[in-house]
Design a protein around this ligand. Sequence first.
Ligand code: SF4
Ligand code: ZN
Length: 296
Amino acid sequence: MKCSKCKRDAVLFQRYSGMHLCEEHFTIDLETKVKKTIRKEGWIKSGDKIAVALSGGKDSTALLYFLKKTFAIRRDIEIFAVTIDEGISGYRDIKICENIAESGGVKFHTASFKEHFGITLNEIVQKKGDINSCSYCGVLRRQVLNKTARDAGATKIAYGFNLDDEAQSVMMNVLRGDAVTLLRKEKPVLGMLPRIKPFKTIPEREIALYARLHTEGYEERGCPYSHNALRADVRGILNQYNYSHPATKYALLNLGEKLKSGIPADNSGAETCAACGEPVFGTCRVCGMLKELKKE
Ligand code: SF4
Ligand code: ZN
């Protein structure tokens, strides 16, 4: 197939636009959309220091490449990488992340669960079983990532979440009947860095192609604990449904964003945990988890 814009060989067919795109026109198309999202959301401003949450996978590697390329000429904006070592043997490889940061020409910061909490995710799984791995991992990582990025001078944290991730999250909240998460705005808390998601409108397969075309050295293995059954089911359902209704994932993303304005942010509860001193929404889930883990 030939590119709809220039007649070179196409590398992608976009069902939702009906266009075949060559490498160059695909790259321009994707980067234009991401820049538009960043502008529309007012996400990156003069003076910003953006910490990219680098997992070493395709999404965050592609995001680091995109941000560095786009903002390389801006001396008033800094991009760097932060990787958290949860302590998952055979998966999280700090060296891979360090190499990606180095080839992207950005500074690299890292911290681990072991040094922060005295326990690795592998050890938590031994105590709690792997069914609970992602709940512990998500809560603990958010705090260490925020603290490490903040200590490195970041003003924002950039995540590589793509359209599929966002649509799946909305759908999962619907299937769980979790109205509060769907409706409530996140409350800004002092010390908690704002999160930005520049790839939120780009389908996963396009991010995978972008990463393959422009980056190298990223991790292709998945986390050994990533068997979240609901997310896997939802991903399958959405991919199937999206085939005959190509706008479905965008519709879910938009729905999720529109719903978020329904309930104002919860202004009750403490903003700083008395025990660990880190910013929290209400009670500190990190300290709760650590206390419970020490008991066993
Ligand atoms: Fe952590 Fe779960 Fe992600 Fe693995 S899949 S890194 S356990 S959140
Ligand atoms: Zn072309």
